[in-house]
Design a protein around this ligand. Structure first.
Ligand code: ZN
Length: 115
């Protein structure tokens, strides 16, 4: 198994709440919660789609900004994202999707408690 060289979860841009929310690997899967988006009511992004988008971003950054150290650092961080070792970057489609799913699940639980 590949081992990440940096633990991004301890970086200052990652809040304790984000760390806690993204520890739940179930949020990175396709099981509930599920919802529809927009007027067309299309299904929310799947785990596979989020992973594909993350990989596209990494590829584009590596190709289009090879001399931009900041862009390459972001690509490195996104490239390190894997199960049980999430990058927790706001630019990561997988972590962003999981965060949205955590928010929806938490909101549904809160509203359920209010009834
Ligand atoms: Zn990530």
């Amino acid at each position: 198994m590949l081992k990440r060289t940096r633990d991004y979860s301890q970086w200052p841009d990652v809040t304790a709440l984000t760390r806690e929310a993204l520890q739940n690997e179930n949020l990175f899967e396709d099981s509930g919660p599920q919802w529809f988006i927009g007027k067309a009511q299309r299904p929310a992004q799947t785990a596979g789609q989020a992973q594909g988008e993350r990989e596209k971003i990494i590829k584009r950054v590596r190709r289009d900004a090879p001399d931009d150290l900041a862009a390459q650092a972001i690509a490195d961080r996104l490239d390190s994202c894997m199960p049980d070792q999430r990058c927790m970057s706001g630019g990561c489609t997988e972590c962003g999707r999981a965060y949205a799913r955590w928010f929806v699940a938490s909101t549904v639980a809160l509203l359920g408690d209010m009834e």
